[in-house]
Design a protein around this ligand. Structure first.
Ligand code: HEC
Ligand code: HEC
Length: 332
């Protein structure tokens, strides 16, 4: 290759590397920003509720209540699902197949009214005003969205979604067993794993996250008269009582169970399946024991997913410095 061309190619390659690095940097900045937003109660109308108020890390990002009321005290309708590997879900929520992206989903707790959760509907402009008043946030939004203009809800949900895509859980006793470590599961858990396959659980709880991402009825619709599930969206009587198969990672730390939180223990949740009729107590016990092998202790304590330390994550430019960073912990 003539020297001049070689130089040009090298310059192009260097340019490509610089562009890739810049892109990576934006991605990392989005995750970092999204993490702070996930824990920030300023995203709720009265400053009392963050995403993390309902999605607690130590419970696999679910919560310990049957349902969780929103900022107005209006009762929640459904049980808070965990968020392990949520980026892999083909459909989000218990019953609405139209919610297919984390960005679209995040708008529901922020602006939704059925039920009211964070209560920001009608207060959209507050988001830019509140977050823009904080110098750390201004710097973080600039790093995440270099050509982004004013801080708005689109940027907020984009960053939160980027953070949620880092909620990856692949390190459980079950995973280690599947990688060949026989002793990663106890004898009882191995018996439960066998029953899980032979008793038909894998027909729906399939794949690495133990969900087929599809909608099923585990009991006759009459059992769920107060919440018709998929039928609420499709309007089809045949869809009454269908809910999305929940993934089962970290299920042992996310009681209570089912879409309405009506099953206090794993054994109760299993017994509520019509298909589990005829399972004896011993089989249900080993099934429940197997499910405890899906707990990812590292995920539940991963500092990268926890409440970020207060203050600015990176040094502020002098121009941005004057007003100090506020705490980003959920208040209340
Ligand atoms: C008041 C409690 C509450 C708050 C606050 C809340 N959520 Fe949720 N979240 C829920 C409930 C309940 C569901 C299930 C809703 C349904 O299925 O109808 C859910 C569902 C989800 C899902 C779908 C998971 C799946 O596998 O289907 C994601 C993702 C999620 N929330 C993220 C967020 C984010 C991001 C925020 C903050 C912007 C947030 N949540 C704030 C209660 C809450
Ligand atoms: C026909 C599909 C299907 C089969 C088969 C099935 N499940 Fe489920 N499972 C579901 C659905 C759908 C739900 C949610 C139902 C609801 O919320 O009303 C669920 C919920 C659960 C839950 C509660 C999880 C949570 O986070 O709330 C557990 C535990 C569970 N199943 C275990 C099992 C076991 C063990 C078996 C085998 C004995 C089994 N399932 C068979 C579809 C199925």
């Amino acid at each position: 290759m003539p020297v001049r061309l070689a130089l040009a190619a090298a310059a192009l390659a260097a340019g490509a590397i610089a562009v890739a690095a810049a892109r990576d940097d934006t991605a990392a900045a989005k995750v970092e920003l999204g993490r702070r937003l996930f824990y920030d109660a300023d995203l709720s109308v009265d400053g009392t509720m963050a995403c993390a108020t309902c999605h607690e890390q130590r419970r696999g990002f679910s919560d310990g209540n049957a349902t969780h009321p929103g900022v107005t005290g209006a009762p929640g309708r459904r049980n808070v699902p965990g968020l392990a590997n949520v980026a892999a879900r083909a459909a989000l929520t218990w019953g609405d197949p139209r919610v297919r992206t984390l960005e679209a989903q995040a708008a529901i707790p922020l602006f939704g009214t059925h039920p009211i959760e964070m209560g920001m509907k009608g207060h959209e402009a507050e988001i830019g005003k509140r977050l823009g008043a904080d110098a750390c946030y201004r710097a973080q939004f600039r790093a995440a969205f270099p050509s982004g203009g004013v801080i708005d809800a689109t940027q907020v949900v984009t960053a939160i979604a980027a953070f949620q895509r880092t909620m990856i859980s692949r390190d459980t006793p079950y995973d280690r067993y599947r990688a060949g470590r026989q002793d990663a599961l106890s004898a009882s858990q191995r018996a439960g794993l066998r029953a899980f396959a032979t008793r038909g659980c894998t027909a729906c709880h399939a794949g690495t996250d133990l969900t087929d991402d599809r909608f099923h009825a585990i009991a006759p619709p009459a059992a769920n008269a107060r919440d018709t599930g998929l039928a609420e969206i499709t309007g089809r009587a045949a869809d009454a009582g269908l809910f999305k198969t929940p993934g089962l990672r970290n299920v042992a730390v996310s009681a209570p169970y089912l879409h309405d939180g009506s099953a206090p223990m794993l054994a109760d949740a299993i017994r509520r399946h019509d298909t589990a009729r005829g399972l004896d107590d011993a089989t249900i016990a080993v099934l429940a024991d197997f499910l405890t092998g899906l707990t990812d202790a590292a995920f539940l304590h991963d500092p990268r997913l926890s409440l970020p330390p207060p203050g600015c994550p990176r040094p502020l430019s002098p121009a941005a410095a004057p007003d100090a960073g506020r705490a980003s912990a959920p208040r209340g």
